[in-house]
Design a protein around this ligand. Structure first.
Ligand SMILES: [Cu+2]
Length: 133
């Protein structure tokens, strides 16, 4: 091997190494979403005939900070969770309402629509399951 080529290869390897060290943490930040973003749960509300709350079962860990965004997809809905003191009131079509809370007690909490949205309104519900460690 020519001496010149040998040192060019060494320089190339070193350059790739330096770029790797600098770029990898940046790449990592880019690929891994913000923690808050990952903890957000999006619930879409449709009349029961069109699927109701989607999803209608939400599992969270005890002690975890939970952020729920409820979006009404068709008519005016409501969102309240018995036992957690949550009531978002009316959610107009296309509107999003946000609630943040810490799930500090294990259990199964039922959430319901609170607006007479369709003939199947009374069946429009779901559950938040808080699981202990
Ligand atoms: Cu309803």
């Amino acid at each position: 091997m020519r001496r010149g080529i040998f040192w060019e290869i060494v320089a190339l390897i070193l350059t790739i190494g330096v770029i790797g060290v600098v770029a990898f943490p940046l790449l990592d930040n880019y690929l891994v979403p913000e923690k808050n973003e990952r903890d957000t749960v999006f619930i879409r509300a449709y009349v029961k005939e069109a699927g109701g709350f989607q999803p209608d079962v939400i599992r969270v860990k005890k002690g975890e900070k939970v952020k729920i965004v409820v979006e009404s997809m068709d008519v005016t809905h409501g969102f309240a969770v018995k036992g957690l003191g949550i009531d978002l009131g009316m959610i107009e079509p296309g509107e999003k309402k946000v609630i943040e809370f810490v799930a500090d007690k294990e259990g199964v909490y039922v959430f319901r629509c609170t607006v007479m949205c369709s003939p199947m309104h009374n069946f429009m519900k779901g559950t938040i399951v808080v699981i202990g460690e």
